[in-house]
Write a protein that binds this ligand. Structure first.
Ligand SMILES: [Zn+2]
Length: 182
């Protein structure tokens, strides 16, 4: 893929917000980098863009020793796993982005950026998804009230719980239970 203006700008400014969105390889050195790499700026006509670093390897480029484009990816993937682990454990409790960031040792903005990049969801969206999936199972398995199920899965604001549930399943929790329960 050839370089577009936005990518060129990201490379010129070592812009880390583009990391994991694309990688750039330099014809003259045979090396590929993350956009944030502080190495010397190549000529734009020597740059090839990759949206998957493995494609850069396949094309015969070597990962840069300075910005280590592959290690970064692995590190972020492991980090996302760690975040998912915390979400899966803590979803019943109130969990703000600030609290989550503290638990996984990252800044809020970087956490949100990396997580969304690798999963397509913000951490908050993922959390709501987990809670609704759990609530759906509880609705069918127990006779507990809608309000208490909401509270149990970390959605203690009942109107909000009903609204999110309906947005995902097309029915209120009560309707859903009537239609899917036995
Ligand atoms: Zn580099």
């Amino acid at each position: 893929m050839t370089l577009n203006a936005r990518q060129w700008q990201a490379i010129q400014h070592n812009d880390a917000t583009f990391d994991n969105q694309f990688w750039y390889a330099v014809k003259t050195t045979g090396i590929f980098c993350r956009p944030s790499c502080p190495s010397r700026l190549p000529k734009p006509e020597h740059i090839t863009i990759f949206t998957d670093p493995k494609d850069a390897l396949v094309a015969g480029y070597r990962p840069c020793k300075r910005c280590r484009p592959l290690n970064q990816l692995v590190a972020n993937e492991l980090w996302v796993q760690e975040i998912d682990h915390v979400l899966a454990q803590d979803y019943p409790n109130k969990l703000t982005l600030t609290e989550l960031a503290a638990k996984v040792h990252g800044s809020e903005s970087y956490l949100r950026h990396v997580y969304q990049d690798l999963t397509g969801l913000t951490p908050q969206q993922k959390l709501t998804q987990l809670r609704l999936t759990r609530a759906e199972a509880e609705l069918l398995r127990s006779n507990a009230s809608v309000a208490s199920i909401g509270a149990k899965v970390g959605l203690p604001n009942t109107p909000y719980f009903i609204q999110r549930f309906k947005a995902r399943y097309g029915q209120t929790p009560h309707q859903y239970r009537l239609h899917h329960g036995d």
